[in-house]
Design a protein around this ligand. Sequence first.
Ligand code: ADP
Ligand code: MG
Length: 678
Amino acid sequence: MATLATPLKIAPATLAKLAKIGIHHRADLLLHLPLRYEDETHLTPIAQALPGETVQVQGEVTHCEVMFRPRRTLVCRIRQGKEELTLRFLNFYPGQQKQLAVGKQIRAVGEVRGGFFGLEMVHPKCKAVDDETPLPQSLSPVYPTTAGLSQTVLRKLINNALESIPLSDTLPAPLLERLQLADFGDSLRLLHNPTPDISAATLGKRSHSAWRRIKFDELLAQQLSMRVHHRERSKRLAPALPAHDKLTHALLKKLPFQLTGAQQKVWREIAHDLTQSHPMQRLLLGDVGSGKTIVAALAALQAIENGYQVAFMAPTEILAEQHYLKLHEWLAPLGIEPVWLSGSLKKKAKTEAAARISSGDTLLAIGTHALFQKDVEFHKLGLAIIDEQHKFGVQQRLALRNKGKEPHQLMMSATPIPRTLAMSYYADLDVSVIDELPPGRTPIVTKLVSDARREEVFERVRQACLKGRQAYWVCPLIDESEALQLQTALDTHATLSEIFPELRIGLAHGKLGSEEKAATMAAFKAGELQLLVATTVIEVGVDVPNASLMVIDHAERMGLAQLHQLRGRVGRGAAESMCVLLFQQPLSELARERLRVIYENTDGFVIAQQDLQLRGPGELLGARQSGVAMLRFADISEDEELLDTAREIADELLREHPDAARAHLHRWMANKHDFLQV
Ligand code: ADP
Ligand code: MG
């Protein structure tokens, strides 16, 4: 691809600035599209300019001086007829003062404000003119830029690229006609240089046909690249693990419950994938409490039946430990002893565990990401199970894949992913969904309680515990400082111990040693502790069916997904459960909206959909976003219909016009190495 400098002789300083905004090649300039447009096609008489409006005015400079109070400011007045307007500049350079000399005609664009001395504009865009200077015929694009790179320079570079790079369409003409899509080159030219007939309102809203074409192309490129990944994967080799149905059936027979229909369905999908000789990469989605662990255990057994090893990884020690205990309970009777490995194990224990893994002495290893450190070498890894996969980065996924040959991968997540997100960002994975909860659960009652009524909440906790139930008290989230977070947990524990002298109260937080943590969780599970004060370390996976009350302190600080996960820790048994969201006034608009959503909904998918609308895809995707090119133009919560079309067309293109697909990917993805690697 042509570099920027070759034909244009751009100064290195400018090149560095362009790189800062993601422009590395000349072709990148084409897709550097305006953020918005300014309408400078007409003048507003100063007499008609209203505060709050962005307008273009013209007048003669009557006064220009640098003032020093309250700080260095260039103040200038322009007059048109009898009307005057003040222009104010806090940052300015000497040339500007000359440009605004008394007697000059000035055109200024900016937002009008009612100042102390009448109407004014702060930092208007100014231009010296005379009576002959024509007005622009069309809208002026405003590009995303960085300090020191002016709109004028960017515009020049972009227009130069528009003229010198062929803008041939990547998509076949009949397809464009069928989908009623505008031509690619025309669309780009129009977005960079709008014609006079287009208003700022239409182009600004991005519903214009030119925007539609660009958004479609972007979504299509994303779909194509995901498909290509998917295909490449089916060319790689993994051990085929046919079902022998010995261990799996033995486990199913021993369970105190029957699999739900949804669990059976996803289990069939996974069992089938494992029989294939190319690596499975399946995402198992199921709301909190839907019963993903048993499905993972079955998958593990199918690999083990074939003599292959299984690694089962969870993002926190508490969760990994819990999986260890659960799987030990289920599988030890079948003669399978899992090995435990976490970062906080003593050196000797760690070495021992690693040795059992590398010798093939154990077929099942459970732990945190310590399982995939350099010093752990699997003898014959056939399947990697990753719980709460959104908590892991793409890099960790890669590390895992590169170990040994290539294991099958089962990723699990309780963060429900809205349909559009699953279809766009997860399109390279196969997805199974458990869309049904095990029977016999009683719905959780959610209560919103202002902090002013804290006393009543204490009483509720006391009553629940005295009745033989157990409760969680989740400490406030403190983002800024881990130390502060820990202190808050300690303080909360101390305060609650004073308030409830009659209760046995435990404390779980991220800084506890792993033995201490395990002992606390075991005591809570056994009912020895009645109240567990905890930080959000219990957010994922913790399963104590007798716990039926949860209080979340300062719930307004938490995100929707987090609140949903936390709330999912109760309502796991038959007892009626309650989640109290304690909040502190005053609430911000966003916090109020989040609390409303969590109060009104229990379905994780509905909550995730609302979360997507409140926050956008970046945060929902969590760690995954670091390796994925985010969409720049399309918006998956608004462009769902375009996304659907792009999905269909991606398949069609790969099937019938592979050259077009290649050209399209090249135009949109040539730069995105990370993206193609994942
Ligand atoms: P999650 O999907 O959140 O990981 P778990 O696997 O921890 O859920 O399961 C939640 C609880 O439901 C566990 O106590 C588990 O033993 C139980 N469970 C799982 N499947 C069923 C079922 N089909 N019937 C009844 N209980 C089940
Ligand atoms: Mg789980």
